[in-house]
Design a protein around this ligand. Sequence first.
Ligand SMILES: Cc1cc2nc3c(=O)[nH]c(=O)nc-3n(C[C@H](O)[C@H](O)[C@H](O)COP(=O)(O)OP(=O)(O)OC[C@H]3O[C@@H](n4cnc5c(N)ncnc54)[C@H](O)[C@@H]3O)c2cc1C
Length: 341
Amino acid sequence: MIDTDVVIIGAGPCGLFQVFELGLLGLKAEVVDSTRQPGGQCAELYPDKPIYDIPGIPVCSGQELTDALLRQIEPFNCGMHLQEEVTVVRKDRDDSFHVETNAGTQFHAKAVVIAGGVGSFQPRKLRVPGAEDFEGRSLHYRVQDPTQFAGQRLVILGGGDSALDWVLELANVAEHITLVHRRDEYRAVPDSVNKMRKLVADGKIDVIESAKATAIDGVDGSIKTITIQPREGEPVEVPADHVLVFFGLAPKLGPIAEWGLNINRKTVNVDTEKFETSEPGIYAVGDINYYAGKKKLILCGFHEAALAAFAIKQRIEPDKKVHVQYTTTSPIMRERLGLQD
Ligand SMILES: Cc1cc2nc3c(=O)[nH]c(=O)nc-3n(C[C@H](O)[C@H](O)[C@H](O)COP(=O)(O)OP(=O)(O)OC[C@H]3O[C@@H](n4cnc5c(N)ncnc54)[C@H](O)[C@@H]3O)c2cc1C
């Protein structure tokens, strides 16, 4: 059980900035995100695209903004729990919260901030009959332990960076790899595509382009063959021990919808003073929240995170007045930032 002041659900830009605003007020946070890297949409959907409307930063890419936010929160040593989805948020009798992830991590917190954006990013699934029977055993949507594929026959589906990264990484580990892509052009970076083509030319892997998987056969969760249907011609049955699927990630509101909060379509209603939801002690900032005039912009989420932090401080220390202090001049804030005077 991890004891903390605040659990932040979501490591997108607003969740990360929430750590900073809480840290300035002396509050400790733990951050949970279902993806394998922090940054939310900025890192998952547009790491290389330029953003022009972050105050004071004329231009930065999605990844650069994420990296800068991570540097900014370094002094506060927040816990970062990646590849874990928050599934349970429950209020205890003493008005604190019990938060749990699908990996079994448990938190005891005085407040919760939902910074869940457009939802938790989940891998897009392979849609062939019976695919779920193999999931987790011989059909995989992420790689936890590459050594499990040593000496195995793999079929890797996809044409983006993840698919090609794993083709390159596992080429010397697996007995054989067949890459299957629905097009003949790739979304992955050109360097990875060139390296993959070299492996094909050297006879180290096979590639089937303009084709898709239509069936999987096997017994007791173990795949034996996967059927690949090219755009033209007859289907091919490829023997395989494991199938790895990298069709990208899609956001799902997921468990957030089940926590009894006042929901407005796929967003959570909040007030504009504290950014508190219908459940006292649970706040929502960034794209996930809704109020009259809401704009899904990073800078709006930053403002929301600042006000939510003040409200949380007040909730945790109801008898003290929370004063606005400037980072330029406040000795306590400078100390929290780890600055020497
Ligand atoms: C192509 C594109 C370009 C954009 N350009 C701009 C721009 O120029 N300027 C601008 O201001 N905005 C831009 N945006 C919008 C901006 O990216 C979003 O407003 C911003 O990412 C919202 O941040 P967030 O932290 O609220 O949520 P997100 O970035 O969506 O992050 C939310 C995180 O929460 C996680 N999560 C959700 N539920 C759970 C759960 N139950 N358990 C664990 N984790 C969970 C998700 O996995 C995700 O990582 C752009 C968006 C796109 C798609």
